[in-house]
Design a protein around this ligand. Sequence first.
Ligand SMILES: Nc1ncnc2c1ncn2[C@@H]1O[C@H](COP(=O)(O)OP(=O)(O)O)[C@@H](O)[C@H]1O
Ligand SMILES: O=c1ccn([C@@H]2O[C@H](COP(=O)(O)O)[C@@H](O)[C@H]2O)c(=O)[nH]1
Length: 229
Amino acid sequence: MTTPSFVIGIAGGTGAGKTTVARLVARSAGDSVTRIPLDNYYEDLSHLPVAEREGINYDHPSAFEWELVREQVSSLLDGTPIEMPNYDFEIHNRTDETTRVEPTDVVIVEGIFALYDDAIRDLCDLRVYVETDADVRILRRIERDVIERGRDLEGVIDQYLSTVKPMHEQFVEPTKKHADIIVPEGANSVAVNLLEERIRAEVTGTAGDWTRESIEEALGERVAADPDG
Ligand SMILES: Nc1ncnc2c1ncn2[C@@H]1O[C@H](COP(=O)(O)OP(=O)(O)O)[C@@H](O)[C@H]1O
Ligand SMILES: O=c1ccn([C@@H]2O[C@H](COP(=O)(O)O)[C@@H](O)[C@H]2O)c(=O)[nH]1
């Protein structure tokens, strides 16, 4: 394993296709990639009854335990395994189990706020924002929440209008400006192939960042010096 790992942050609104993109790009690299879903890092709400947990705003940044996210992603980058929390959407809480995650060459941090926190964003080498129209996202979410997350149609619509939509506009969408790459629609084969290619280059050690020298070599001409460098 190479240390430090190559970290990819994949953000975007609910239903945009973040998990799908992360799973597709991770699939091709097998054991070299670890996926860290930020959903696992919602604050532990065991002290609240289920009825109260249903009323929480899960689309505000304060719903997440950021200290733990920072600590665990940093541990992986230091080469130390972590015990990642598991989350159960049906009961709006963490489960009692954790998953042991070993450090790998590539770490994918994925979630609505993957590009929100300054410290996590700084740890990312590649920042991706998955952008899908709001009407498509809500249709996908209705289907998923009803089939997989034990919700009813009325509840999904109420939650969407009261918190999901306004929080998306206030906190999630503005993080798009931090992205290196914007992926339209979610499972977009061109974008997924490019990300796979980049991961392969990282894992095989053939990736490289542009330097002034390599730009000059590629263009065959002198380029201006970086005022910061
Ligand atoms: N390009 C696409 N076309 C159609 N459906 C898609 C596409 N990308 C993702 N999906 C579907 O959209 C739904 C939500 O995707 P998911 O990855 O869970 O979103 P997110 O993690 O952003 O909430 C899933 O059912 C997934 O299969
Ligand atoms: O207990 C919970 C925790 C989260 N949510 C909703 O999940 C989405 C984020 O997950 P995606 O996979 O990106 O859609 C977020 O919009 C929360 O509203 C929940 O309903 N209950």
